[in-house]
Design a protein around this ligand. Structure first.
Ligand code: AMP
Ligand code: TRP
Length: 323
């Protein structure tokens, strides 16, 4: 069984990424799993090359620091020849309409999207299908915003197999049960996001403890002065309760029962986050300060992932009448 998931370096990694995805990968990962930094996916909207490179390294360091086995990770662009080639084969089995109706495309492309959006934004779910199908992944753990893309990968795998011959494993999305969905501390109506314009409410994994304290102290709550877990009516407060819950293994309701003021809850949320993230931040910092170790992990990961995937690409090219 192969489980595979990717994370896009579209900004600095934050507490939501860690509590909602990376920590789970580290805890639940089995030996055949693969996790990768999907840097090619960060190029579908305007971006800055040096920053992309730095965010990619940071994410790789965070994955290692989180305890995922180094032999289970790689950087997507190190396999650009393989995934690029497979993307083309899959694009030639995908209808324009299938790509154009993806919710994320419609949201990101905006109103005049058809005219100004990059083609890469339209075809990015096909690149994602190539990531998945190249490695023969059975299961793809993703947030619910990515389920539709995994459905597309399923459809393309079935279609290719049916048209040209059996080569791809048909993957399925696994969406984690009721995982932590961390909200922006300053805007609790939206999720914590790597590419948020205003970072006042985003706890980055590499933030120093004092900065974490300041951001949590300024977290938006409400004036109801009612310490209960009611996500719909008190989203800011519920977020703090969920953060403490995610860091301590308690339920948000239990956490609510153990505090009697918003202030003490905020202090506890800041300290819980700082302690939970400290080992990740410290180890990632050490790795980033010693590039040779990071380079070694990256190079080894690329070799292994390429070895695992190349035979599927070769078979697919042959069946498709090329290569
Ligand atoms: P993204 O940052 O949207 O590329 O997501 C990368 C991974 O982190 C996905 O598996 C998401 O489900 C997870 N993730 C992103 N933001 C959050 C958040 N605010 N809370 C929980 N999980 C998140
Ligand atoms: N598109 C995913 C995201 O933005 C990341 C990703 C890229 C991915 N390729 C993948 C996830 C393959 C799972 C499998 O979150």
């Amino acid at each position: 069984m192969t489980r595979l998931s990717g994370i896009t370096p579209s900004g600095h990694a934050h507490a939501g990424n860690y509590l909602g995805a990376i920590r789970r990968w580290a805890r639940e990962g089995a030996p055949g799993d693969l996790y990768f930094v999907s840097d090619l996916h960060a190029m579908t909207t305007p971006y800055h090359p040096q920053r992309l490179r730095a965010h990619t390294r940071e994410l790789l360091a965070v994955l290692i620091a989180s305890g995922i086995e180094p032999d289970q990770m790689f950087v997507q662009s190190d396999l650009i020849r393989e995934v690029g080639a497979l993307t083309w084969l899959l694009e030639c089995t995908c209808a324009y309409g299938e790509a154009a109706r993806m919710t994320q495309f419609k949201e990101k492309a905006g109103k005049d999207g058809k005219v100004t959006a990059r083609l890469g934004l339209l075809t990015y779910p096909v690149l994602m299908a190539a990531d998945i199908l190249l490695q023969g992944a059975d299961e793809v753990p993703v947030g619910d915003d990515q389920e539709q893309h995994v459905e597309l990968a399923r459809a393309l795998a079935r279609r290719f197999n049916g048209t040209f011959g059996e080569v791809f494993v048909v993957p399925r999305a696994v969406t984690p049960q009721a995982g932590a969905r961390i909200r922006d501390l300053a805007h609790p109506d939206r999720k914590m996001d790597k590419s948020a314009g205003d970072v006042a409410g985003v706890i980055f994994l590499m933030d120093a403890p004092d900065l974490v304290r300041r951001k949590v102290k300024r977290a938006v709550t409400d004036s109801l002065d009612r310490l209960e877990y009611r996500p719909d009516d008190q989203p800011g407060l519920a977020n703090l309760l969920e953060i403490v819950a995610a860091c301590t293994g308690k339920s948000p309701r239990e956490v609510a029962d153990s505090f009697d003021s918003y202030g003490t809850l905020k202090d506890a949320a800041a300290e819980a986050l700082i302690e939970e993230l400290r080992p990740i931040r410290d180890t990632a910092r050490t790795l980033l300060d010693d590039p040779s170790e990071l380079d070694r992990v990256r190079a080894d990961g690329a070799v292994r992932a390429r070895e695992r995937g190349t035979h599927r690409l070769q078979s697919a090219l042959r069946l498709a009448g090329v290569g």
